[in-house]
Design a protein around this ligand. Sequence first.
Ligand code: NCD
Ligand code: ZN
Length: 371
Amino acid sequence: MQAATQMKRLALAGTAAQMTDISMQDLIIRRPDDWHLHLRDGDMLEAVLPHSSAHFSRAIIMPNLVPPVTDCASASAYRARIERALPKGHDFTPLMTLYLTETTDADDVVAGFESGVIRAVKLYPAGATTNSQSGVRDMEKVYPVLERMAQAGVPLCVHGEVTDPDVDIFDREAVFIERVLEPIRRRFPALRIVMEHITTQEGVAYVRDGAEGIGGTITTHHLIINRNAILVGGIRPHYYCLPIAKRESHRLALREAATSGNARFFLGTDSAPHLDPAKESACGCAGVFSSINTMACLAHVFEQEDALDMLEAFASLNGPGFYRLPVNEATMRLTRRETPVNLPDKIETKSGAVTVFDPMFPIYWDVDAKA
Ligand code: NCD
Ligand code: ZN
């Protein structure tokens, strides 16, 4: 595979009539990475990990277990559990993170980063999302840790939503940028920050136009659904995630950012499995499980945007660029079929079923990760 890395082959049958019908398309890209992933633990880890490791070479592993992964010893132990659950023959590297608390030990963070045990630290405002009770209440309490992270080059991954009950849930990302993120950035200009799972025009603009050292991840589902998917014609809990999907104009801004090739935007699926009863409940959990069909859905989105040539930048190049890691040498082949491919609606775990993200369109893209 040449460094040009991207090859498109349009296979057109010989006759004039068939020439108008592009019947097959192959796209070969460097193997992608997932820069925001929830693998959980135990039965769930065992059931979901093979779907990530089948397609992705590396993933930034979220630390919001119960209890959370707050120090490097726990991150190493969690990493070992992930490696044990990895199917034979799958080449997958978990990139571990620490869950920032008001008592995080800066020495542990810096030593863990320098020895490669962790790749980033995750900031959850307390109460912002699933398992974030131990998150940060008073930002000033973590300033000394952020200062050390800025000096040592440790990236801060941010769940960018305020939790103030007076702020409307649809405004929480935009308000976070103003009230929390920009003050952190000004105080620690050298801190490398990933604004994770951005869902708004404001998030896109902040990442795109902001200072150096800022990146943003975008999920597959936020490129596909707007808030109508959750609320129109009945309440659909499997589309409920945090940050919550916003109105259509925001989805379009996310699509433009993801397909632009801009090196600041990269894929973080935020694939976040919950057992079906926990989703289909009077107080359902936030999280969409998408690792299994993410690459096929993304190919569909990039094809719709006439931007298949940008898929590799978004899924395979920009993330390693931000994290200062080499790009993957292995490749993945995505093939557009004439008829929809079959993907499961649910996967089974030893504790019950997990519903797979339904993009509400037929998927024509087949993924061969061993291209
Ligand atoms: C995530 C989870 O379930 O852990 N849920 C979600 O809706 N994205 C947490 C998170 O990333 O916010
Ligand atoms: Zn997440």
